[in-house]
Design a protein around this ligand. Sequence first.
Ligand SMILES: [Zn+2]
Length: 90
Amino acid sequence: MGGRDHKVNGPTDREGEFQVTATIAWAQCLVCERLVKSYVSILHAAVCEECEQKLLQTEPADPGYEPLVESFRLFWQGVAEAAASLDSGE
Ligand SMILES: [Zn+2]
């Protein structure tokens, strides 16, 4: 057996435990990937206030819009895959 350590991304690794809370805890911003203490919870994703403002203010015609949308697209993909694997019992 090898002795490879797997580093876990983020402060916790509770797979499948989705919770929406107002608990004050550090979270990783979905968009800028910084650890932030103050954030907005969009469904199960944490988005820091800075990025939330960006999202609100960015128009589809802005050059910064695509990367933002891409961040969310990847996020939703992950959510869909997680849900699918739960459904199939794997
Ligand atoms: Zn952010």
